[in-house]
Design a protein around this ligand. Structure first.
Ligand code: ZN
Length: 133
């Protein structure tokens, strides 16, 4: 795996959270994007070499809505960039890690993404991501 690509933070209200994080980081989000397949609206901030992703649910069945209902707002996932997501997925599967999808899925920022079950990483939801062509 390469660097930590971004931290994903579950928020109840994207506009309010954007204002807060703009103030906190001293920089405005460079991108807003809805990812219908994941049921989220996102905002991305660049912080040095890394990014912060704010995620708001777009419907009650969204994973973000369920996360907030169960645990409240907060860090939702840690994303690592990988050069070859399919290779990384098979490497992890061969070692017995459970993945949340069998194939990479289209994610925000024109990335292929795949999540590992949080139980596989001490309670941390790990996202693998690779830029799409
Ligand atoms: Zn993410």
């Amino acid at each position: 795996m390469n660097k930590i690509e971004h931290l994903g933070i579950a928020v109840a209200n994207l506009e309010e959270a954007e204002a807060r994080w703009t103030q906190l980081l001293g920089v405005a989000p460079y991108r807003r994007e809805e990812v219908p397949t994941e049921g989220v609206r996102t905002a991305f901030f660049q912080v040095g070499p890394n990014k912060v992703e704010l995620l708001e649910a777009t419907h009650p069945e969204s994973p973000i809505a369920k996360f907030i209902a169960k645990r409240g707002e907060g860090i939702h996932h840690t994303a690592f960039s990988v050069p070859d997501i399919k290779l990384e997925m098979s490497r992890l599967q061969a070692q017995g890690y459970r993945l949340l999808s069998d194939e990479p899925r289209p994610g925000a920022e024109n990335m292929w993404v795949c999540f590992l079950h949080p139980k596989e990483a001490n309670g941390v939801l790990v996202e693998l991501c690779q830029p799409r062509e």
